[in-house]
Design a protein. Structure first.
Ligand SMILES: [Zn+2]
Length: 293
């Protein structure tokens, strides 16, 4: 009796052990994750594709931010972004998949983040602008922007892709460490283009105006939501022709360039936000992101 009892228990354990390995066969088959890059640099984006049968929802957690993925012809696509201020290294990306039958799974994927190669630059501002260097003012403006730009709008508005908002000369690059008045370090959040005050500035892509107002550091500022977690910002504008809630198309004039906020010369500061962080506008444009890609 005793031997039979042990045999039964052993058989039960075998069945229990076997059960979890049979579970995936009941779901919709294996999920494949494809990175469209070998590595991404600090302050850049990367496309991730997820394929599999009967995918109902896909999201990823990367650098402690949640990225919504969106259905396309091949499955789901997501745009992940590496924060410019986060360390170089290998990060675990958790991809969470929910199937149409209600089953869910998590797949872990390593993502390599490389050095952003950011330069450094000294800037001297007049004494009147010193208050704009205070960390609390910088943090407050960042919070205001990302209270909006940290959200994922499920629709994709950027039907024709993205263009530069001006053809003017580029004079200041993304990520540069700037030492202001030999006392405050800030990393540059966008791309600077030199132009005379009053130069027309156009929308980089279609979208919805979320902000159009004067703010402390960016001066006359317009923020556009392009959907899928992508936003563009246009700073130091002398005139703004758009209002919050307004829909714009790529190439529409948003306003005129200017010299206000924390600025020592007439220029446009253009910034791109993706997945809740600032990313390099030029490498973002190189991605050639268009609807359906
Ligand atoms: Zn700038």
């Amino acid at each position: 009796m005793k031997r039979i009892g042990i045999g039964l228990i052993a058989a039960l354990i075998l069945i229990l052990l076997a059960a979890p390995t049979q579970a995936p066969a009941q779901s919709a088959g294996p999920v494949t994750i494809t990175l469209q890059f070998a590595a991404i640099r600090q302050g850049t984006v990367g496309l991730v594709r997820v394929a599999g049968e009967d995918l109902a929802e896909v999201r990823a957690v990367f650098q402690e931010r949640v990225f919504q993925f969106y259905p396309d012809q091949a499955g789901f696509t997501g745009l992940i972004s590496a924060a410019m201020e986060q360390d170089v290294g290998t990060y675990n990306m958790q991809v969470w998949v929910r199937h149409g039958d209600g089953t869910a799974e998590r797949i872990d994927q390593d993502v390599q983040v490389n050095y952003g190669e950011f330069g450094r630059f000294d800037i001297i501002l007049p004494a009147s602008m010193m208050p704009l260097l205070q960390p609390d003012i910088n943090q407050a403006e960042k919070d205001k922007l990302f209270n909006i730009a940290g959200r994922f709008t499920p629709e994709r508005y950027y039907t024709e892709g993205f263009i530069l908002p001006s053809a003017a000369e580029q004079i200041g690059w993304f990520g540069t460490w700037r030492l202001y008045n030999q006392s405050f370090w800030y990393q540059h959040t966008g791309l600077d283009m030199k132009m005379a005050i009053g130069t027309p500035i156009v929308a980089a892509a279609s979208g919805r105006v979320m902000l159009s107002e004067m703010v402390a550091i960016r001066g006359g500022f317009v923020l556009i939501d392009h959907g899928w977690g992508i936003y563009t910002g246009y700073a130091h504008l002398s005139e703004r022709y758009v209002v919050p809630g307004q829909w714009v198309k790529q190439g529409d004039v948003l306003g005129l360039s200017g010299l206000n906020g924390r600025s020592s010369g007439a220029h446009l500061h253009w910034e791109v936000m993706a997945g809740g962080v600032w990313v390099d506008p030029l490498t973002f444009l190189d991605l050639g992101l268009i609807a359906g890609s």
